[in-house]
Design a protein around this ligand. Structure first.
Ligand SMILES: [Zn+2]
Length: 207
């Protein structure tokens, strides 16, 4: 009875809520057992996702199946390795040779993800360096588009070079930093401690 139902209901092993063994499962059959193209055994396709159709039962059969295909291509290798949830035929073969049949301990492929922070050095080149009549040196950053990447960059530069006087000239200071945002380029500059002007150099800057 259980086996018969296994064939028509893909959910019986975990989430099937119908629990109608005698009257039959009301779920539409979504996954049936399939015959492995390499070894011919019946298996449950567990990696079927979107366009991926799992034609082989395991990593070893996946490697055998790939070896028989002609012509070989990177695309084919990617598609075939996806059948068993891997990203390359190298991973498929490694799993077949070193993981699959030697399970002394539990082995899971890509079970966890961990966040890490990248620290790298970059260079910022301001557009103009000006010297006012009184001898004050400052830089002008001219911006048509003030995107997120630039905003983050300028805040970092500001924090790491507190002695630099960097001022923005916006092509249009009333532009918003994002679609549907109320914050204009000018408001963003004020908030972040940058002097700014709207497509001109104010007389006061040159005193
Ligand atoms: Zn097989």
């Amino acid at each position: 009875m259980l086996l018969a139902r296994w064939l028509v209901c893909s959910n019986i092993s975990n989430t099937c809520a119908t629990d109608k063994l005698d009257s039959g499962c009301i779920e539409m059959p979504t996954k049936r057992k399939r015959r492995c193209k390499a070894c011919g055994k019946l298996f449950d396709p567990t990696y079927d996702k979107g366009k991926v159709k799992q034609l082989v039962c395991c990593n070893a059969c996946c490697a055998k199946y790939y070896d028989k295909q002609k012509p070989k291509s990177r695309r084919l290798a990617r598609e075939v390795s996806q059948m068993v949830g891997k990203r390359s035929m190298g991973e498929v073969r490694f799993d077949a040779d070193h993981i699959e049949n030697k399970r002394a301990v539990q082995a899971d492929y890509e079970p966890d993800s961990f966040v890490y922070t990248v620290e790298e050095t970059r260079t910022y080149t301001p557009d103009w360096r000006l010297i006012s009549r009184s001898g004050h040196t400052f830089y002008i950053e001219y911006k048509g588009v003030l995107d997120l990447e630039t905003r983050k960059k300028m805040v970092r530069v500001r924090d790491q070079h507190p002695d630099l006087d960097i001022r923005f000239v916006f092509q249009k200071a009333s532009n918003k930093i994002r679609k549907n945002s109320k914050t204009t380029y000018g408001m963003w500059a004020d908030k972040n401690g940058f002097d700014w002007a709207d497509n001109t150099i104010p007389a006061r800057w040159l005193k």
